[in-house]
Design a protein around this ligand. Sequence first.
Ligand SMILES: NC(=O)C[C@H](N)C(=O)O
Length: 361
Amino acid sequence: SPLIQARASNNTSYTNSNGLKFNHFNASLPNVTLLATGGTIAGTSDDKTATAGYESGALSITQLLSGIPEINNIANVAAVQATNVNSGDVSSSLLLNLTHTLQTTVCDDPTMSGAVITHGTDTLEESAFFIDATVNCGKPIVFVGSMRPSTAISADGPMNLLQGVTVAVDEDAKERGALVVLNDRIVSAFFATKTNANTVDTFKAYEQGSLGTIVSNTPYFYYPAVQPNAKHAVDVADVDSIPRVDILYAYEDMHVDSLYSAVKNGAQGIVIAGEGAGGISSDFGDAINDVVAKHDIPVVLSHRTVNGEVPTADITGGNRKTQIASGLFNPQQSRILVGLLLAEGKKVKEIREVFERATVA
Ligand SMILES: NC(=O)C[C@H](N)C(=O)O
């Protein structure tokens, strides 16, 4: 509307008490911290038709924002370039930094409404699950990414970023945990997974569905705010590193060497992407019993299928008592959760109890 445009043109820059710099500041708009980490949303290619073989994390967040002036009508955005990488290079130490930054610049600052994190989509679900567990002040923390680089015809990044900022300042987005916003969908970070390696319509919570949708930049939530039953919030204020947890993929002829070498190389927890609902060979099951007896580490059985869950009943029989069923968590979510629980100082028994809250039977 003309009124909104008039407001945006009054913008001046402003630096707040946490040192966050707003390039366009309008006192009548809500404030958002934007932490940029790279990915395809910041990717470029010389070829406008390329949706593969482009460079991830090539544009700065300032360059990205300059192409979406509409954001200045929605919120004052303080953009921080946390890193600029392909998401395969995101580490737990970066995630701890993001958590600490979000705590001080968003949660503890009453002038901030929420946050947006731009992220490569490949590992976005891991980072979103981590932040969902570790940042819990009720303000919206919204992950966005894109599947097409910024230079592509019909690049999806600009609209996703605009929608992410809009959701981050939406009253209805509060108290829902971290959110993933891509392709007009709002999905709970706790359940979101990348379902397709290439298409723009990729982030979904298969069984739980999305929380809402966005049309003409207006978010609509289907239900009132609620948090998942199985959620375990973790306080990492005093944590400075996350213990190593390895994921092992199960298959016919899987060799027990992979388990022994993971432990020998320093893994303090193991997650297995099991066959079906946590299936493994009997040899591998014996090796797990051996490793748990010697090292007392958590071994979580998850599933290599895209969907589904591992019920406790499937792995408590006979000689499988040393293992923990992943319940609703896929291998990558299970790995994040085990790492956070170990960082909290939890022992195998307590880790099992957290996972049991996510198991149906
Ligand atoms: N669509 C993407 O963002 C993929 C990219 N390789 C990344 O995860 O950084």
